[in-house]
Write a protein that binds this ligand. Structure first.
Ligand code: GMT
Length: 377
């Protein structure tokens, strides 16, 4: 095996792209390669000590002469420093802006010709791609990268539509660490949370941004709860939280909705859940769907973005039209009221993670891309 030295740039805070970048780095390091994270703070999932993992922190000074702290320049400078000091073989950046653009600048500063792999996650394209002040920078980041990947075919196609790059974009799907996300006995947690044995549990996990349409999740639950003894667990926090708390009060369902905030024990929470709801209006992939499926939870999601590439209706869950909470409630009731259907979908969910999105398969794809880059150089 050829040992590689790989620099990884991502947003290290909680969020799907940060999780993927960190988990990928950890798995690459386990394979014996050297991984250098270059980030503003230590990635939050980087909790295990691994002798092949190094963390380089970007510090941004605030001078009164600058209206804005020059983070991007500081990151590019750090990238240049790490390329030279550590003798990196390649860079893998997550997000076209600022990370791909910073990597291009850092490589130039270091007078190096190492390859850059850029992975698009969605927010950089579907939100920023529509902001014309940034389109050129996104296109530049994509065109000047050596290899570009997107986390779904949907995101790949949207990138061509919104940004119009000439560069080939390859789809490499997301994955979960199956050693962490798996079926496990968690019934004690159900009783600790005050949920009765015979109550069905619906779960939603997100950062409560507007695009997640958490109000549709609550409305769906309201309709389900009317028919079936059930609870809704809302996991995460974000800008829409106040509005959602008010909605729950207005509907008079406070006693049946658990606001759990940000949690580490997602595996346990999924293991006491019967159905997962993700009703977003934009979702390039929907990593939380995979996390739930790895724990055997059937998923209901809106037919937008990358979700139809994960959810196979009738096999591992159901797709519903955006905003159609009647359809979502009917699909949920169908799953919750038919034991055979539930068992089938649960098996389908587990099979989806094992066969289509297994981490070893995705890891091989990324390592294949890295080797392709090194062979070219
Ligand atoms: O969904 C978010 O708000 C976070 C965002 C991010 O940038 O971390 O998630 C994006 O990347 C994830 C990992 O690839 C995907 O699973 C999410 O679908 C994607 N979010 C959106 O497209 C809205």
């Amino acid at each position: 095996m050829r040992k590689m030295k790989i620099g990884i740039m991502c947003y290290p805070t909680v969020g799907g792209s940060g999780i993927i970048a960190t988990e990928l780095g950890k798995m690459i390091a386990e394979k014996g390669h050297e991984v250098h994270f270059i980030t503003s703070s230590t990635p939050f999932r980087l909790n295990r000590m691994d002798p092949n993992i190094f963390s380089h922190q970007v510090s941004v000074n605030t001078y009164s002469v600058f209206e804005y702290p020059p983070y991007d320049i500081a990151l590019a400078t750090k990238i240049a420093e790490v390329i030279k000091n550590e003798g990196l073989d390649l860079l893998h950046v997550h997000y076209a802006i600022p990370h791909a653009v910073c990597a291009i600048l850092g490589r130039d500063m270091a007078n190096s010709d190492i390859g850059i792999v850029t992975t698009l996650h969605g927010t950089d394209i579907t939100v920023l791609g529509t902001d014309s002040s940034l389109t050129e920078a996104i296109r530049y980041g994509i065109e000047k990268s050596d290899i570009v990947t997107a986390v779904s075919n949907s995101l790949r196609d949207q990138t061509y539509d919104l940004v119009g790059p000439k560069k080939r974009i390859e789809t490499v799907y997301n994955f979960v660490d199956e050693r962490e996300y798996k079926v496990k006995e968690s019934s004690q947690l159900k009783s600790d949370l005050g949920i009765a044995d015979d109550e069905k549990v619906l779960i939603h996990v997100s950062n409560f941004r507007n695009v997640k349409r958490v109000e549709d999740v609550v409305e769906t639950f309201y309709k389900v709860h009317d028919q079936i003894n059930s609870r809704l667990m809302l996991v995460g926090d974000g800008p829409e939280m106040g509005r959602i708390v008010q909605q729950v009060k207005d509907l008079g369902i406070e006693d049946y909705v658990l606001f759990l905030g940000k949690r580490d024990n997602l595996t346990e929470l999924y293991n006491i859940s019967d159905v997962k709801l993700l009703m977003s209006e934009k979702e390039s992939f929907g990593l939380v769907l995979l996390e739930a499926m790895a724990c055997g939870v059937p998923c209901i999601g809106t037919a937008v973005g990358g979700m139809p590439e994960i959810i196979e209706p009738g096999f591992n869950g159901y797709l519903v039209e955006l905003g159609n909470t009647n359809e979502a409630a009917l699909s949920t009731l169908k799953i919750l009221s038919d034991e055979e259907e539930y068992a089938r979908l649960k098996a389908g969910a587990l099979e989806t993670v094992q066969l289509r999105f297994h981490s070893s398969k995705i890891l091989d794809q990324y390592i294949g891309l890295y080797e392709r880059l090194l062979d070219k150089g």
